[in-house]
Ligand binder design. Sequence first.
Ligand code: NAP
Length: 280
Amino acid sequence: MIRLDGKEVSKALRKTLAQSVEKTKRPPGLGVILVGEDPASQVYVRNKMKACSEVGMESVEIQLPSSASEDELITAIAAMNENPGVDAYLIQLPLPKKFNEQEMIGRIDPKKDADGLTVENLGLLMAGRPRSVPCTPNGVMQILKFYDIDVVGKNVVVIGRSQIVGKPMAQLLLAANATVTVCHSKTENLFEHTQRAEIVVVAAGQPKFLKKEAFKKGAVVIDVGMHRLPSGKLCGDVDPEGLENWVSALTPVPGGVGPMTITMLLQNTLSLYQASESAT
Ligand code: NAP
């Protein structure tokens, strides 16, 4: 079994990114709006800022307390939209429950949408003219590419249909000429689908819920899931027990899809910077 090492892929892509950034007229800038004091979100934001400086990009952060009002968040979004040093930005999700996430995402200038989650950018992806692509599914595509895993004509099953992972994942695979089946919590006889698939992308948000018997021998398994167990250890949606001599390739958790997400964020920042430069 090949271990699909997202850290390795990320390292290679970030090296290329840093070389491209060196040639830009000014450092591209990534902004992050963080609302609240959630420790996991704070770590994610810190990692994003660190990754920016490692490839020579600037970062701009706006922090609001969880007591912030909707008007304060709208003002922060407007400030990012208007800041000429910010080429791309995101609102760190999840937002505290009192906010309407979709409405807030809808206020992001689509030309600065670092996560590719605005309706305009999701629509462009659907139309086959991607501008800013959701980072996690894009990271999965880069892993497949790096390891020369051909998806053309293959039966690929995506488990999960969220706006952030499952749906754009299916769209990217379809654009790459895979034969895609999307499964979700209402899918009957899930294993009938997964056992036929040459590639399975699992993004169900259920710790270790797919075991060896779910996959056909030799399948490629991409585990997008990320969960912290009570022991503090991380695990994915797939139970790796017994997979070593069964599947042909697997993304480990941690160290598989996870490291790719921030790299794709940097990639989107660079492409949005380049698009705005060429428009001026
Ligand atoms: P989500 O919004 O909770 O969506 C989960 C999807 O899985 C839903 O479409 C749901 O179906 C489906 N599902 C749930 N239980 C299922 C079951 N038993 N059988 C088949 N389908 C099932 O989660 P998400 O945001 O897409 O994230 C998915 C996972 O990826 C999570 O573990 C998350 O932590 C992880 N993640 C990792 C990264 C990373 O950087 N590595 C980034 C984003 C997310 P319904 O639509 O019918 O409810």
